[in-house]
Design a protein around this ligand. Structure first.
Ligand SMILES: [Fe+2]
Ligand SMILES: [Fe+2]
Length: 317
């Protein structure tokens, strides 16, 4: 494998005990005090918060919307790890990566441990918020469009390897582009320090994962058969688009269940194009990977155009 930077993988593997959040649990437990006055989720990331239908609500109800936005974000993060990233990494570890090359095995197994720890961190964040805000109701919140798109695609596929590789394509996009959204949450100073701390600690691992997957992605691709390569090239654009699709389903469910008047109308108003402001996915790493794999020209995805239209998509995972 000519262009795989094995030195970088080795460096990341060796730094894991010092760098990984799972190796620093004490810090995770103490960092970030609870400040009841601050919202749980950034107002700036809620596309409809300035809508008059929301502004006229009383303060406690507005706060509940933000608390449930935070809970929903955490639930979706856990679902993405459990149903997309971890199954794909397991498949790579057990069936694709060469078991005679320890460096790749070590790297992917470290990453799997990180991802499992992330689910614990985010589940813990939900419990903490429910306790601190004394939330005793439950809510039925829909799965993300990204997850639903992957499931829909898998149902249309026949061969087990196709389903597995489809998950690898979605996991690759997730792992190499999620930093942008975590950055926004991690740097937000308006929300509870505890909550931005969760994003900060998660992101510390994801910076390493995106570099690691950028290299391991090449190892994996080179090991695929021509038929599998063609399938991966055809599937990657579906994953890229699924991650930047507009997805207000969670917010609509929250408004409806909190009995906010005209919930559907408020959401509809915000779905009009050009109303959003923040870029929440960074596809530069995927662009680089596709370029290094020599498949950039074959991908049915316009990184500049689609990325521009992705600007402002309010994403929760
Ligand atoms: Fe993660
Ligand atoms: Fe990750």
């Amino acid at each position: 494998m000519t262009n795989v930077n094995t030195a970088l993988i080795a460096q990341l593997n060796n730094a894991w005990p010092r760098r990984a959040t799972v190796c620093d649990m004490e810090r995770f437990r103490v960092e970030g005090e609870f400040d009841a006055k601050r919202p749980d989720y950034p107002v700036a990331l809620v596309p409809f918060f300035e809508h008059e239908g929301i502004q006229r609500l009383d303060e406690p109800l507005k706060r509940q919307i933000l608390s449930w936005g935070w809970i929903g974000y955490n639930r979706r993060t856990v679902a993405a790890e459990d149903h997309v990233v971890n199954p794909a990494l397991n498949y790579l570890a057990s069936e694709i990566l060469p078991d005679d090359d320890w460096i790749f095995t070590e790297s992917i197994r470290q990453t799997l441990i990180d991802e499992h720890y992330h689910t614990l961190m985010h589940l813990n964040a939900i419990q903490r918020t429910r306790h601190q805000r004394q939330i005793d109701i439950d809510m039925d919140l829909p799965m993300s469009i990204t997850y639903l798109e992957l499931e829909k695609l898998k149902q249309q596929l026949v061969e087990p390897w196709e389903k597995q590789l489809a998950a690898v394509a979605f996991a690759t996009v997730a792992e190499i582009s999620v930093n942008a959204f975590l950055d926004i949450l991690a740097d937000d100073e308006t929300i509870q320090p505890q909550n931005s701390s969760v994003a900060k600690l998660h992101n510390r691992d994801e910076y390493a994962h995106s570099k690691m997957l950028g290299e391991i992605g090449k190892v994996v691709f080179h090991r695929l058969t021509p038929k599998q390569k063609a399938f991966f090239v055809a599937t990657l654009p579906l994953a890229l688009r699924a991650f930047v699709a507009q997805d207000f389903s969670m917010w609509e469910a929250i408004l409806r269940q909190l009995k906010v008047p005209n919930a559907a109308g408020i959401i509809r108003d915000c779905q009009q194009p050009g109303k959003e402001t923040a870029l929440t996915r960074d596809y530069s790493g995927l662009h680089r990977l596709a370029d290094e794999l020599g498949i950039l020209g074959e991908l049915d995805f316009n990184f500049d155009g689609d990325r521009a239209s992705a600007a402002g998509m309010q994403r929760t995972n």
